[in-house]
Ligand binder design. Structure first.
Ligand SMILES: NC(=O)c1ccc[n+]([C@@H]2O[C@H](COP(=O)([O-])OP(=O)(O)OC[C@H]3O[C@@H](n4cnc5c(N)ncnc54)[C@H](OP(=O)(O)O)[C@@H]3O)[C@@H](O)[C@H]2O)c1
Length: 334
Protein backbone atom coordinates (compact mmCIF):
# COMPACT_ATOMS: atom_id res chain seq x y z
CA UNK A 1 0.00 0.00 0.00
CA UNK A 2 1.48 3.45 -0.93
CA UNK A 3 -0.63 5.58 1.40
CA UNK A 4 1.13 7.52 4.15
CA UNK A 5 0.04 7.28 7.77
CA UNK A 6 0.53 10.53 9.73
CA UNK A 7 0.91 10.02 13.48
CA UNK A 8 1.55 11.91 16.70
CA UNK A 9 3.95 10.29 19.17
CA UNK A 10 4.87 11.14 22.74
CA UNK A 11 8.38 12.66 22.57
CA UNK A 12 8.86 13.36 26.29
CA UNK A 13 6.81 13.35 29.48
CA UNK A 14 5.05 16.70 29.98
CA UNK A 15 5.48 18.72 33.15
CA UNK A 16 2.26 20.63 33.77
CA UNK A 17 0.26 21.38 30.62
CA UNK A 18 1.59 19.44 27.59
CA UNK A 19 3.52 21.67 25.19
CA UNK A 20 4.45 21.41 21.48
CA UNK A 21 7.91 19.95 22.19
CA UNK A 22 6.33 17.02 24.07
CA UNK A 23 5.18 15.63 20.70
CA UNK A 24 6.75 14.18 17.55
CA UNK A 25 4.87 14.28 14.26
CA UNK A 26 5.83 11.22 12.20
CA UNK A 27 4.87 9.53 8.93
CA UNK A 28 5.13 5.90 7.94
CA UNK A 29 3.63 3.72 5.19
CA UNK A 30 0.19 2.26 5.79
CA UNK A 31 0.58 -1.49 6.44
CA UNK A 32 -1.63 -4.42 5.49
CA UNK A 33 -3.54 -6.21 8.27
CA UNK A 34 -2.18 -9.57 9.45
CA UNK A 35 -4.19 -12.61 10.50
CA UNK A 36 -7.15 -11.53 12.71
CA UNK A 37 -6.39 -7.86 12.10
CA UNK A 38 -8.30 -5.02 10.49
CA UNK A 39 -7.00 -1.88 8.73
CA UNK A 40 -9.02 1.19 9.68
CA UNK A 41 -9.11 4.61 8.10
CA UNK A 42 -9.58 6.75 11.19
CA UNK A 43 -12.27 9.43 10.82
CA UNK A 44 -12.68 10.91 14.33
CA UNK A 45 -10.47 10.79 17.41
CA UNK A 46 -11.69 11.04 20.98
CA UNK A 47 -9.85 13.64 23.06
CA UNK A 48 -10.11 12.82 26.75
CA UNK A 49 -8.85 14.33 30.02
CA UNK A 50 -7.50 10.87 30.94
CA UNK A 51 -4.89 11.22 28.19
CA UNK A 52 -2.98 13.56 30.50
CA UNK A 53 -2.59 10.76 33.06
CA UNK A 54 -1.47 8.27 30.40
CA UNK A 55 1.50 10.56 29.63
CA UNK A 56 2.90 10.21 33.18
CA UNK A 57 5.32 7.50 34.18
CA UNK A 58 3.12 6.36 37.05
CA UNK A 59 1.26 3.19 38.05
CA UNK A 60 -2.36 3.46 36.95
CA UNK A 61 -5.20 1.42 35.49
CA UNK A 62 -3.35 1.23 32.14
CA UNK A 63 0.41 1.36 31.48
CA UNK A 64 1.79 4.79 30.57
CA UNK A 65 2.26 5.61 26.89
CA UNK A 66 5.93 4.92 26.16
CA UNK A 67 8.27 7.60 24.90
CA UNK A 68 8.27 7.35 21.11
CA UNK A 69 4.94 5.50 20.98
CA UNK A 70 1.90 6.70 19.04
CA UNK A 71 -0.28 8.55 21.57
CA UNK A 72 -3.08 6.31 22.86
CA UNK A 73 -6.59 7.47 21.88
CA UNK A 74 -10.02 6.10 21.21
CA UNK A 75 -11.25 6.65 17.69
CA UNK A 76 -13.70 5.55 15.07
CA UNK A 77 -13.43 5.00 11.36
CA UNK A 78 -14.05 2.79 8.37
CA UNK A 79 -12.62 -0.65 7.74
CA UNK A 80 -10.64 -0.64 4.49
CA UNK A 81 -9.14 -4.13 4.69
CA UNK A 82 -9.89 -7.05 6.96
CA UNK A 83 -8.29 -10.39 7.86
CA UNK A 84 -10.85 -10.91 10.65
CA UNK A 85 -14.06 -12.87 9.94
CA UNK A 86 -16.20 -10.38 11.89
CA UNK A 87 -15.37 -7.33 9.75
CA UNK A 88 -15.51 -6.37 6.08
CA UNK A 89 -14.44 -3.27 4.13
CA UNK A 90 -17.08 -0.57 4.53
CA UNK A 91 -17.90 -1.48 8.15
CA UNK A 92 -17.56 1.29 10.72
CA UNK A 93 -15.90 0.56 14.05
CA UNK A 94 -14.64 2.13 17.27
CA UNK A 95 -11.52 1.07 19.13
CA UNK A 96 -8.22 2.28 20.54
CA UNK A 97 -6.82 3.63 17.29
CA UNK A 98 -4.20 6.06 18.62
CA UNK A 99 -3.49 9.51 17.23
CA UNK A 100 -2.93 8.47 13.62
CA UNK A 101 -4.74 8.44 10.30
CA UNK A 102 -4.72 4.66 9.83
CA UNK A 103 -4.67 1.92 12.44
CA UNK A 104 -4.08 -1.82 12.15
CA UNK A 105 -5.84 -3.41 15.12
CA UNK A 106 -6.91 -6.89 16.15
CA UNK A 107 -10.60 -7.31 15.36
CA UNK A 108 -11.35 -8.64 18.84
CA UNK A 109 -10.85 -5.16 20.33
CA UNK A 110 -13.25 -3.41 17.95
CA UNK A 111 -16.93 -2.60 18.23
CA UNK A 112 -19.07 -2.29 15.11
CA UNK A 113 -21.14 0.91 14.91
CA UNK A 114 -23.86 2.08 12.56
CA UNK A 115 -23.41 5.59 11.09
CA UNK A 116 -27.02 5.34 9.86
CA UNK A 117 -28.32 5.35 13.45
CA UNK A 118 -26.19 8.21 14.81
CA UNK A 119 -23.41 10.42 13.45
CA UNK A 120 -19.95 8.92 14.07
CA UNK A 121 -18.84 11.46 16.75
CA UNK A 122 -21.81 10.42 18.94
CA UNK A 123 -20.19 6.97 19.24
CA UNK A 124 -17.20 8.65 20.89
CA UNK A 125 -19.46 10.69 23.20
CA UNK A 126 -22.91 9.90 24.51
CA UNK A 127 -23.06 6.42 22.95
CA UNK A 128 -19.37 5.79 23.70
CA UNK A 129 -17.02 5.81 26.66
CA UNK A 130 -18.10 9.15 28.22
CA UNK A 131 -21.79 8.24 27.97
CA UNK A 132 -21.10 4.86 29.57
CA UNK A 133 -19.17 6.64 32.33
CA UNK A 134 -22.12 8.90 33.06
CA UNK A 135 -24.63 6.06 32.94
CA UNK A 136 -22.83 3.55 35.18
CA UNK A 137 -21.17 6.12 37.44
CA UNK A 138 -24.47 7.79 38.21
CA UNK A 139 -26.81 4.80 38.28
CA UNK A 140 -24.54 2.12 39.79
CA UNK A 141 -22.35 4.23 42.09
CA UNK A 142 -24.52 7.29 42.74
CA UNK A 143 -27.78 5.29 42.93
CA UNK A 144 -30.03 8.36 42.65
CA UNK A 145 -33.58 8.06 43.97
CA UNK A 146 -36.53 10.02 42.64
CA UNK A 147 -36.76 13.44 44.30
CA UNK A 148 -33.10 13.53 45.32
CA UNK A 149 -30.64 16.29 44.44
CA UNK A 150 -27.79 15.38 42.07
CA UNK A 151 -24.90 17.80 41.58
CA UNK A 152 -22.33 17.31 38.82
CA UNK A 153 -19.16 19.27 38.00
CA UNK A 154 -17.75 19.85 34.49
CA UNK A 155 -21.49 19.79 33.78
CA UNK A 156 -21.33 21.03 30.19
CA UNK A 157 -18.74 18.42 29.19
CA UNK A 158 -19.05 14.96 27.68
CA UNK A 159 -19.67 13.06 30.92
CA UNK A 160 -21.26 15.82 33.02
CA UNK A 161 -23.89 16.82 30.47
CA UNK A 162 -25.13 13.22 30.31
CA UNK A 163 -25.07 12.78 34.11
CA UNK A 164 -27.38 15.78 34.61
CA UNK A 165 -29.79 14.64 31.91
CA UNK A 166 -29.99 11.08 33.26
CA UNK A 167 -30.60 12.54 36.73
CA UNK A 168 -33.59 14.41 35.28
CA UNK A 169 -34.84 11.28 33.52
CA UNK A 170 -34.74 9.51 36.92
CA UNK A 171 -36.85 12.24 38.54
CA UNK A 172 -34.06 14.02 40.42
CA UNK A 173 -33.20 17.67 40.79
CA UNK A 174 -30.07 18.32 38.70
CA UNK A 175 -27.62 21.08 39.54
CA UNK A 176 -24.57 21.62 37.33
CA UNK A 177 -21.30 23.40 38.03
CA UNK A 178 -19.58 24.76 34.91
CA UNK A 179 -17.23 27.50 33.80
CA UNK A 180 -18.79 30.56 32.22
CA UNK A 181 -22.15 32.09 31.48
CA UNK A 182 -22.63 30.36 28.12
CA UNK A 183 -22.12 26.86 29.53
CA UNK A 184 -24.43 27.60 32.47
CA UNK A 185 -27.14 28.86 30.14
CA UNK A 186 -26.66 25.81 27.89
CA UNK A 187 -27.12 23.23 30.64
CA UNK A 188 -30.25 24.87 32.00
CA UNK A 189 -31.97 26.01 28.81
CA UNK A 190 -30.92 23.27 26.40
CA UNK A 191 -30.26 20.28 28.65
CA UNK A 192 -32.96 20.88 31.27
CA UNK A 193 -30.84 21.12 34.43
CA UNK A 194 -32.71 22.84 37.27
CA UNK A 195 -29.87 25.19 38.14
CA UNK A 196 -26.29 26.02 37.21
CA UNK A 197 -23.40 27.49 39.16
CA UNK A 198 -20.66 29.33 37.25
CA UNK A 199 -17.57 28.47 39.28
CA UNK A 200 -15.54 31.08 37.39
CA UNK A 201 -17.66 34.00 38.56
CA UNK A 202 -19.67 32.73 41.55
CA UNK A 203 -18.92 31.41 45.01
CA UNK A 204 -19.58 27.67 44.59
CA UNK A 205 -20.33 27.02 48.25
CA UNK A 206 -22.90 29.80 48.31
CA UNK A 207 -24.42 28.56 45.05
CA UNK A 208 -24.70 25.00 46.35
CA UNK A 209 -26.38 26.18 49.57
CA UNK A 210 -28.83 28.20 47.50
CA UNK A 211 -29.66 25.52 44.92
CA UNK A 212 -29.51 22.47 47.21
CA UNK A 213 -31.45 23.64 50.28
CA UNK A 214 -31.86 20.04 51.53
CA UNK A 215 -28.24 19.14 50.81
CA UNK A 216 -26.63 17.10 48.04
CA UNK A 217 -27.65 13.44 47.79
CA UNK A 218 -25.31 12.58 44.90
CA UNK A 219 -22.24 14.61 43.97
CA UNK A 220 -20.74 13.28 40.71
CA UNK A 221 -17.18 14.55 40.89
CA UNK A 222 -15.37 15.25 37.63
CA UNK A 223 -12.99 17.93 38.83
CA UNK A 224 -11.71 17.42 42.41
CA UNK A 225 -9.94 20.35 44.09
CA UNK A 226 -11.84 23.24 45.64
CA UNK A 227 -15.15 22.32 44.01
CA UNK A 228 -15.07 18.87 45.65
CA UNK A 229 -14.48 20.56 48.99
CA UNK A 230 -17.45 22.87 48.49
CA UNK A 231 -19.67 19.88 47.62
CA UNK A 232 -18.45 17.93 50.66
CA UNK A 233 -19.52 20.85 52.84
CA UNK A 234 -23.12 20.54 51.55
CA UNK A 235 -23.83 16.79 51.76
CA UNK A 236 -27.20 15.41 52.78
CA UNK A 237 -27.29 12.45 55.16
CA UNK A 238 -26.34 9.25 53.31
CA UNK A 239 -24.86 11.12 50.33
CA UNK A 240 -22.97 9.24 47.62
CA UNK A 241 -20.01 10.67 45.71
CA UNK A 242 -19.06 8.79 42.53
CA UNK A 243 -15.40 9.75 42.12
CA UNK A 244 -15.12 9.96 38.35
CA UNK A 245 -12.19 12.31 37.75
CA UNK A 246 -10.21 15.27 39.03
CA UNK A 247 -9.40 17.36 35.98
CA UNK A 248 -8.50 20.43 38.07
CA UNK A 249 -5.49 18.45 39.34
CA UNK A 250 -4.24 16.65 36.21
CA UNK A 251 -1.61 19.26 35.32
CA UNK A 252 -0.55 19.99 38.89
CA UNK A 253 3.22 20.24 39.21
CA UNK A 254 3.39 20.17 42.99
CA UNK A 255 1.23 17.18 43.87
CA UNK A 256 -2.54 16.79 43.84
CA UNK A 257 -4.66 18.73 46.30
CA UNK A 258 -6.70 16.30 48.42
CA UNK A 259 -10.12 17.00 49.94
CA UNK A 260 -9.97 18.97 53.19
CA UNK A 261 -13.66 18.54 54.12
CA UNK A 262 -13.68 14.74 54.09
CA UNK A 263 -14.97 14.52 57.68
CA UNK A 264 -18.33 15.53 56.21
CA UNK A 265 -18.54 11.92 54.93
CA UNK A 266 -18.37 10.67 58.52
CA UNK A 267 -20.82 13.22 59.92
CA UNK A 268 -23.32 12.58 57.10
CA UNK A 269 -22.69 8.80 56.78
CA UNK A 270 -21.65 9.45 53.20
CA UNK A 271 -19.55 7.41 50.79
CA UNK A 272 -17.08 8.39 48.11
CA UNK A 273 -16.42 5.61 45.62
CA UNK A 274 -13.95 5.59 42.79
CA UNK A 275 -14.94 3.76 39.61
CA UNK A 276 -13.65 3.06 36.13
CA UNK A 277 -16.01 2.80 33.21
CA UNK A 278 -14.12 -0.26 31.88
CA UNK A 279 -15.39 -2.28 34.86
CA UNK A 280 -18.84 -2.17 33.23
CA UNK A 281 -17.66 -3.18 29.73
CA UNK A 282 -19.85 -6.30 29.63
CA UNK A 283 -22.93 -4.07 30.02
CA UNK A 284 -22.10 -1.33 27.46
CA UNK A 285 -24.51 -2.71 24.87
CA UNK A 286 -27.41 -2.65 27.33
CA UNK A 287 -26.62 0.96 28.36
CA UNK A 288 -26.11 2.13 24.76
CA UNK A 289 -29.46 0.67 23.80
CA UNK A 290 -31.27 2.46 26.64
CA UNK A 291 -29.50 5.75 25.94
CA UNK A 292 -30.14 5.51 22.18
CA UNK A 293 -33.82 5.15 23.11
CA UNK A 294 -33.67 8.29 25.25
CA UNK A 295 -31.97 10.17 22.39
CA UNK A 296 -34.69 9.05 19.99
CA UNK A 297 -37.40 10.15 22.41
CA UNK A 298 -35.74 13.58 22.71
CA UNK A 299 -35.06 13.08 26.44
CA UNK A 300 -31.27 12.95 26.08
CA UNK A 301 -29.39 15.48 23.96
CA UNK A 302 -25.92 14.75 22.70
CA UNK A 303 -23.47 17.56 21.98
CA UNK A 304 -20.17 17.04 20.21
CA UNK A 305 -17.52 19.68 19.71
CA UNK A 306 -15.84 18.64 16.47
CA UNK A 307 -12.41 20.20 15.93
CA UNK A 308 -10.73 20.23 12.52
CA UNK A 309 -7.10 20.20 11.43
CA UNK A 310 -6.36 16.47 11.35
CA UNK A 311 -3.91 14.60 13.56
CA UNK A 312 -1.35 17.43 13.48
CA UNK A 313 -3.85 19.60 15.38
CA UNK A 314 -3.97 17.10 18.26
CA UNK A 315 -1.49 18.82 20.65
CA UNK A 316 -3.29 22.19 20.55
CA UNK A 317 -6.80 20.75 20.45
CA UNK A 318 -6.21 18.59 23.54
CA UNK A 319 -5.51 21.75 25.57
CA UNK A 320 -9.11 22.89 25.05
CA UNK A 321 -10.16 20.33 27.69
CA UNK A 322 -8.02 22.06 30.29
CA UNK A 323 -8.97 25.62 29.33
CA UNK A 324 -12.64 24.62 29.16
CA UNK A 325 -13.08 25.67 25.52
CA UNK A 326 -15.05 22.52 24.64
CA UNK A 327 -18.83 22.28 24.86
CA UNK A 328 -19.86 18.63 25.00
CA UNK A 329 -17.65 15.82 23.74
CA UNK A 330 -14.38 17.01 22.19
CA UNK A 331 -13.47 15.06 19.05
CA UNK A 332 -10.91 15.72 16.36
CA UNK A 333 -11.87 15.13 12.74
CA UNK A 334 -9.09 13.36 10.89
N1 LIG B 1 -13.70 7.15 35.82
C1 LIG B 1 -13.80 6.95 34.52
O1 LIG B 1 -13.87 5.81 34.04
C2 LIG B 1 -13.82 8.14 33.60
C3 LIG B 1 -14.15 8.00 32.25
C4 LIG B 1 -14.24 9.14 31.45
C5 LIG B 1 -13.95 10.39 31.99
N2 LIG B 1 -13.58 10.47 33.30
C6 LIG B 1 -13.31 11.79 33.92
O2 LIG B 1 -14.49 12.57 33.80
C7 LIG B 1 -14.15 13.95 33.79
C8 LIG B 1 -14.84 14.64 32.62
O3 LIG B 1 -14.32 14.10 31.41
P1 LIG B 1 -14.97 14.50 30.01
O4 LIG B 1 -14.39 13.59 29.00
O5 LIG B 1 -16.43 14.59 30.14
O6 LIG B 1 -14.36 15.95 29.77
P2 LIG B 1 -15.20 17.27 29.50
O7 LIG B 1 -16.01 17.53 30.73
O8 LIG B 1 -15.88 17.19 28.19
O9 LIG B 1 -14.07 18.36 29.37
C9 LIG B 1 -13.32 18.75 30.46
C10 LIG B 1 -13.97 19.95 31.17
O10 LIG B 1 -13.41 20.07 32.47
C11 LIG B 1 -13.56 21.39 32.90
N3 LIG B 1 -12.34 21.82 33.59
C12 LIG B 1 -11.10 21.92 33.07
N4 LIG B 1 -10.24 22.37 34.00
C13 LIG B 1 -10.97 22.58 35.12
C14 LIG B 1 -10.66 23.07 36.42
N5 LIG B 1 -9.41 23.43 36.75
N6 LIG B 1 -11.65 23.16 37.34
C15 LIG B 1 -12.91 22.80 37.02
N7 LIG B 1 -13.28 22.35 35.80
C16 LIG B 1 -12.32 22.24 34.87
C17 LIG B 1 -13.80 22.25 31.65
O11 LIG B 1 -15.13 22.73 31.72
P3 LIG B 1 -15.47 24.16 32.38
O12 LIG B 1 -15.48 25.13 31.26
O13 LIG B 1 -16.77 23.92 33.01
O14 LIG B 1 -14.35 24.46 33.33
C18 LIG B 1 -13.66 21.27 30.51
O15 LIG B 1 -14.54 21.57 29.45
C19 LIG B 1 -12.63 14.02 33.75
O16 LIG B 1 -12.14 14.21 35.06
C20 LIG B 1 -12.25 12.64 33.26
O17 LIG B 1 -10.94 12.27 33.63
C21 LIG B 1 -13.51 9.38 34.10
Amino acid sequence: MDAVNRQVRLAQRPVGLPKASDWDHTEEPVTEPGDGEVLIKVKYLSLDPAMRGWMNDARSYVPPVGIGEVMRAGGCGEVIASEHPGFAPGDHVTGITGIQEHAVLHGDGLIKIDPGLAPLPVYLGTLGMPGMTAYFGLLEIGKPQEGETVVVSAAAGAVGSVVGQIAKIKGCRAVGIAGGEEKCRHIVEELGFDAAIDYKSENVLKGLRQHCPDGIDVYFDNVGGEILDAALACLARGARIPLCGAISQYNATEGMRGPANYMSLLVNRGTMTGFLVFDFADRYAEAAQEMAGWIQEGRLKSFEDVASGGVSAFPDTLLRLFSGENLGKLVLEV
